[in-house]
Design a protein around this ligand. Structure first.
Ligand code: SF4
Length: 108
């Protein structure tokens, strides 16, 4: 399978010890990313492109930064659950992809 279409595996190696395979969080495939982005943009545009206030953006970012799915290692931080980047946090029509009751922020 092509590298872009399968979850990324991670291995943590501690000097002098056998490699330990870290728990893998399955990330969305490229196809899922494209479909998810297209759907989110269509919904946002159809709603008149609403954006959240700076206060709500700050609250959303704070929730994401405290989440186990937030990947701050990449150049532009992203959510490993849905694959979205910070742009999604600005969009009022978007919500955290986690199911209830774990969902950390909702659409407005
Ligand atoms: S959108 Fe939800 S799942 Fe993704 S990083 Fe933010 S809080 Fe976590």
């Amino acid at each position: 399978m092509h590298g872009l279409l399968r979850p990324i595996m991670s291995v943590r190696v501690i000097k002098g010890e056998a490699p330990i395979e870290a728990p893998t969080i399955p990330e969305p495939t490229l196809v899922e990313l494209v479909l998810g982005f297209s759907k989110a943009m269509a919904k946002w545009v159809a709603s008149g492109r609403p954006v959240v206030s700076r206060e709500i953006l700050r609250d959303r970012l704070k929730a994401c930064r405290g989440c186990e799915f937030w990947d701050k290692r990449s150049l532009f931080a992203k959510c490993r659950k849905c694959g979205c980047r910070k742009l999604k946090l600005w969009m009022a029509t978007e919500q955290c992809p986690l199911p209830e009751p774990e969902k950390r922020w909702k659409a407005i």
